[in-house]
Design a protein around this ligand. Structure first.
Ligand code: CMP
Length: 175
């Protein structure tokens, strides 16, 4: 499941659930979005104009705990940054890490065009900043700092995954 672009909400299978979520979550104003962005380490050092540009290229969605935000094997068109709440990452090698406010996910399908590599489930109610595919590339083009920050975190994730695989092969507990 990815975002339903008509509603700025995560799409739900159950219409009642979708209706309740919509009623709970008013669409934030532009400035409210900038206040949220100021709390995201990925954008630290961005001036107000740069944050405003990020806000123009993104939107905010809220979803209740238990929402499947990305489904492994399905196509994906959005990049997500957690503003509030946490999500669990389930990869083909098992339950992975928890991601917290400031963490991002969903970049892999945008970068390589392949299906989602992991299932991501909200473990609490979440507020997410969402950047769609075309805006993602524009954002990276306009903010080179963002590219290096994302690459640094991706490198860390690969190292961690390698350590996990190594631990599994050795029969010890993954880190
Ligand atoms: P994508 O494949 O687009 O959708 C699922 C996302 O889960 C993926 O992008 C990454 O952002 C994230 N993800 C996949 N594997 C890991 C991992 N081992 N640790 C943290 N996040 C991951």
């Amino acid at each position: 499941m990815d975002l339903d672009p008509r509603t700025d909400r995560l799409s739900f299978n159950d219409p009642d659930e979708a209706e309740q979520a919509r009623a709970r979550a008013p669409v934030p104003s532009h400035d409210a979005r900038i206040l949220h962005l100021q709390r995201v380490p990925l954008f630290s050092g961005f001036n107000e104009n740069e944050l405003r540009r990020v806000a123009e290229l993104s939107r905010i969605a809220e979803a209740p705990a238990g929402t499947v935000v990305t489904q492994m094997g399905e196509p994906g068109d959005s990049f997500f940054i957690i503003i509030d709440g946490s999500v669990a990452v389930r990869t083909p090698v098992g339950a992975g890490s928890q991601l917290q406010p400031g963490d991002f996910f969903g970049e892999m399908s945008l970068l390589d065009g392949e299906p989602r590599s992991a299932t991501i489930v909200a473990t609490t109610d979440v507020r997410l900043l969402i950047v769609d595919r075309s805006h993602f590339w524009r954002l990276l083009g306009e903010a080179p700092d963002l590219v290096s920050r994302i690459l640094t975190i991706l490198s860390r994730r690969v190292r961690r995954l390698e350590q996990t695989v190594q631990a599994i092969l050795r029969g010890t507990n993954p880190p």
